[in-house]
Design a protein around this ligand. Structure first.
Ligand SMILES: *Cc1c(COP(=O)(O)O)cnc(C)c1O
Length: 382
């Protein structure tokens, strides 16, 4: 918590977690510098193998970032102009952006009021003859019911792709994020549960042909067997060796950091449940990794909740105050309203969440939040 005023609670404490593995991070850079190989090479191959195994998937391809990972999977599956891709409206814009980038059309659907995640019923209702895929988003670190959505996708003959950018290590009924759908995509943006020291991303998939296609597309369409043969026009979206070395070091700590996030979430839940300020629900079959700690307050109380947190030097975020279908970039005239996500957008609020968040921080945050929302103290609001 260095650099913050006394009593402050940062929204995310990246430096604190990095400090715990300072030696390993220093060694990672030392090691990469000694090889003199900064793009591709041994560090990338080692991380790809470790991350594939962590997810329980056959293949992992390191790429430039999480948005590219999605775009490369869509392109690798041959999805493009004329195709529709079902996307939950409650997601970071990158999910929809990737669909638009390959020339396909995002079709936004509403979400479950408890988890704020997409359900099979939403997917069933949105399938048309033009649908090529559904992108399920493991938002806030929780997977939706991928068994049910997978059955819907199979029945409709479309691909289920997992946007697991917020869910490294999350699981549904014991199966890890990324390893359930046709392919899973990850971001290693520094603020994610597994983050590098810059941008990075990955595609994991059991489909070895798709993995090879993604690897080629991400490397100028280069053939796997000859560096001077280019069968398709690809692009440049590769994972750097330094990012890979750092990610390998951090991957060894991921389960510990996720377990600590879970404990932080439990403390929030214990303190807030009696006050009526509810956290977004975790489904009993989901193992969440709590990328974000999202709670809901009445829409008319949110401005004073945010002001109250700011006044006490407590960090906060909004994920996401404008649903994708309401963004000018993606809005379609005449598109039906999506009432659940629209209401949630006005009520959600993300509280400080890091592996290093301590119980006393959670208590300070909850006191500030409850006082600002109910004008009563945490103790009497229960
Ligand atoms: C972060 C994120 C992305 C994009 O990842 P980048 O590495 O920033 O491109 C995509 N989807 C979701 C849900 C994200 O949170």
């Amino acid at each position: 918590m260095s650099g913050s005023p006394a009593g402050a609670v940062p929204f995310l404490d990246l430096a604190g977690a990095d400090e715990e593995i300072r030696t390993q991070l220093d060694d990672a850079w030392d090691d990469v510098r000694r090889t003199g190989c900064y793009v591709g090479g041994r560090h990338v191959a080692e991380f790809e193998a470790a991350f594939a195994s962590y997810c329980g998937s056959r293949n992992c391809v390191g790429v430039g970032n999480g948005t590219d990972a999605l775009e490369l999977v869509l392109a690798g599956l041959g999805i493009g102009p004329g195709d529709e891709v079902i996307v939950p409206a409650n997601t970071f814009v990158a999910t929809a952006e990737a669909v638009v980038s390959v020339g396909a059309t995002p079709v936004f659907v509403d979400v479950d009021p408890r988890t704020l995640l997409v359900t099979a019923a939403h997917v069933d209702a949105a399938v048309t003859r033009a649908t090529a895929a559904v992108i399920v988003v493991h938002l806030y670190g929780q997977m939706p019911d991928v068994d049910a959505i997978g059955r819907s996708a199979a029945a409709a003959g479309i691909a289920m792709i997992e946007d697991a950018a917020q869910a490294h290590g999350a699981a549904w009924a014991g199966r890890r994020a990324g390893a359930v759908g046709r392919a899973g995509t990850f971001s290693f943006y520094p603020a994610k549960n597994l983050g590098g020291v810059g941008d990075g991303g990955a595609v994991v998939t059991d489909d070895t042909v798709l993995a090879a296609r993604v690897r080629s597309l991400a490397n100028h369409g280069r053939s796997a067997t000859s560096r001077h043969v280019h069968d398709v026009a690809g692009r440049n979206s590769r994972l750097d060796a330094l990012q890979a070395a750092v990610l390998s070091a951090k991957l060894r700590r991921l389960d510990d950091w996720n377990a600590r996030r879970r404990a932080v979430h439990q403390r929030y839940d214990e303190l807030l449940a009696p006050t009526g300020i509810g956290a977004v629900a975790v489904h009993p079959l989901a193992t969440a990794v709590h990328h974000l700690e999202v709670v809901r307050v009445p829409a008319d109380a949110r401005p004073r909740a945010l002001a109250g947190l700011t006044a006490r030097d407590i960090g906060w975020g909004l994920h996401y105050p404008v649903p994708c279908h309401r963004q000018r970039a993606f809005a379609v005239a005449g598109a039906p309203p999506l009432p659940v996500v629209e209401r949630a957008a006005d009520e959600i609020l993300s509280l400080p969440m890091s592996p290093t968040t301590e119980p006393r921080h959670v208590e300070r945050v909850c006191e500030a939040l409850v006082e600002s929302v109910t004008q009563r103290s945490l103790r009497t609001a229960s």
